[in-house]
Write a protein that binds this ligand. Structure first.
Ligand SMILES: NC(=O)c1ccc[n+]([C@@H]2O[C@H](COP(=O)([O-])OP(=O)(O)OC[C@H]3O[C@@H](n4cnc5c(N)ncnc54)[C@H](O)[C@@H]3O)[C@@H](O)[C@H]2O)c1
Length: 418
């Protein structure tokens, strides 16, 4: 197990949690079987586990429902991908480290800062690599922003204004009705969604946050805001035809966000959606869910070099992309994932890069596959660092946890260097 993979054979991967994300990353194994070979799967959902095992030709003996059984078998693998829900990261991560596997860990690392630190400490002691899936670091648009700043052509950063527009459909699907709706089972949305944004902001500023403050609340998706005549489910609701949050409209009419519905053998997608609307999580009225994550949040940060950074997480918008405006001493850079405009103050130079052809493309415009490629490269050549180490990621997580503390206590938090 501890023998490092060489270029002469594929890296052997075991997957824990074969859902949406795992299937994205494992596309790499479909395309490059000589570089990545799935050797085991752990998945509690029967349909998903069987589909994954079938897809990659895994024997019954290498398909597990419980990860403890997988670890007990001491399966020969180089790495484990942990892409379970957020409340099931810490325990399998610790067990994987103790067993000597390298880990690619979906964000957020864990549910508490001390757990994040413990994973990092154990990995250091055991000599295994833990990479965290901050895919924006591989996305051509975000990489370009960093390159432009690093070129020095526009001077030094003065301030950054960043909006993470979650978009109504994603918001109601994931953060009101779906699996990221409750802090206890997942995380505050700042971690669940915006740890990527904070990581990006630290990556481009290359600075340390020394003070921060945050505001936000669950302003709208609460029972007391339910309009008169609304029902508990969209299929039995008098105001559904006019409701902007209708699950019937989202899933049945527009067919958006249905990729994660498991279609059982013998059923059609139509029938599956209707079952979901009648009895599932995703058929519930947005005002009658058991959600508690906030629906809007602001974080203001002051960095060590006096740079100021603001992050705004917004659900009430049709936009489902990130918008960033960076003001520098000699110019400015602003973009929305489709276009990226750069302007230099002196001389009037202006240029717009067009990313519209890759916006919204699968696998985060290829970034998911680049990330896997980078991790495999780092395993094969330990001299070559992986782009998002757990230590980098812990700093962005720390900011999210501290922003939550600020929001709850109404105070400005001073961040000592770790
Ligand atoms: N990097 C990104 O851009 C990105 C995007 C979305 C989600 N995520 C993160 O990826 C992780 C998974 O999210 P997802 O969207 O793939 O969710 P998902 O529900 O599609 O997949 C998770 C899978 O884990 C399985 N599972 C649950 N408990 C398990 C257990 N104890 N053992 C084995 N399997 C178990 C579930 O049945 C499910 O199939 C989360 O941490 C989420 O925050 C990252």
């Amino acid at each position: 197990m501890k023998q490092e993979p060489t270029a002469s054979r594929p890296v052997r991967i075991a997957v824990i949690g074969a859902g949406n994300r795992a299937n994205k990353y494992l596309e790499y194994a479909r395309r490059c079987p000589d570089r990545l070979q799935p050797v085991a799967v752990v998945e509690v959902n029967d349909l998903r586990r069987r589909a994954f095992a079938r897809d990659f030709g895994l024997p019954e003996s290498r398909s597990y429902v419980h990860y403890d059984d997988f670890f007990a078998d001491r399966v020969e693998a180089d790495m484990v991908l942990i892409s379970t829900p957020e409340n099931a990261h810490f325990d399998p991560a610790v067990k994987a480290i103790d067993a000597g596997y390298h880990i690619l860990l979906e964000k957020p690392i864990a549910q508490h800062l001390d757990q994040c630190r413990e994973i990092a400490r154990r990995a250091r002691e055991r000599g295994v690599l833990v990479g965290v899936c901050h895919v924006l670091r591989y996305h051509p648009y975000f990489v370009k922003i960093r390159e432009l700043i690093a070129s020095g052509e526009f001077g030094r950063i003065v301030s950054v204004e960043h909006t993470a527009a979650v978009g109504l459909d994603r918001a109601t699907h994931s953060y009101v009705r779906g699996i990221f709706r409750r802090v206890r089972e997942s995380n505050p949305i700042l971690l669940a969604k915006c740890c990527h944004d904070i990581d990006f902001l630290l990556w481009i500023t290359g600075s340390h946050c020394r003070r921060l403050t945050s505001f936000g609340s669950l302003r709208w998706f609460r029972a007391e805001n339910a309009p008169a005549g609304s029902g508990e489910r969209c299929l039995a609701c008098a105001i559904e035809p006019d409701c902007p949050f209708s699950a019937r409209d989202l899933y049945y009419v527009r067919r958006d966000w249905v990729a994660n519905f498991d279609v059982p053998p013998g059923k059609t997608l139509d029938e599956t959606i209707l079952d979901e609307l009648r009895t599932g999580l995703y058929g519930r009225c947005v005002y009658h869910c058991d959600n508690d994550v906030v629906d809007h949040q602001l974080v203001a940060m002051e960095m060590d070099d006096e740079v100021t950074v603001s992050l705004s997480m917004e659900m009430f918008t049709n936009d489902d992309f990130r918008k960033t405006h960076i003001r520098l001493t000699e110019g400015e850079i602003d973009g929305d994932e489709r276009t990226l405009r750069v302007r230099r103050f002196r001389g009037g130079y202006e240029h717009t890069y067009d990313f519209s052809d890759i916006a919204g493309q699968p696998f985060h415009a290829g970034a998911d596959l680049q990330l896997i490629e980078d991790f495999i490269g780092a395993l094969r050549n330990p001299e070559r660092p992986f782009l998002t180490t757990i230590d980098d990621s812990i700093e962005s997580h720390r900011i999210c946890y501290e922003a939550e503390r600020s929001r709850h206590t109404g105070t400005t938090i001073r961040m000592e260097r770790d």
